[in-house]
Design a protein around this ligand. Structure first.
Ligand SMILES: [Zn+2]
Length: 91
């Protein structure tokens, strides 16, 4: 399988990592309510998920971890091994 096809699956981990991190403030509402314990548990789970997904977000060719903060539109080639990750005309 080529790296562009593989990266199509891998870039979903970037999205999931962001979703997990963005949901963390929502747990503050639970922590401030009577569901304090569930709130802390959920927050821990989201932090874990955010880290886990960002660890899975890596170059399919050289396994270098990619920065989840870099916009997908800016990530055409791997910064380490320069393999092509995305088509240029996708955006
Ligand atoms: Zn690479």
């Amino acid at each position: 399988m080529n790296t562009i096809e593989e990266f199509k699956k891998i870039k979903k981990f970037r999205t999931w990592s962001w979703i997990s991190i963005y949901l963390i403030p929502a747990t503050f509402f639970l922590i401030n309510s009577k569901f304090k314990f569930i709130g802390y548990l959920l927050m821990l789970l989201l932090i874990f998920a955010g880290v886990y997904f960002s660890l899975k977000y890596k170059c399919p060719a050289c396994n270098t971890r990619l920065d989840t903060r870099v916009f997908l539109s800016k990530l055409i080639y791997c910064p380490k091994c320069s393999v092509q990750l995305q088509e240029k005309d996708n955006y």
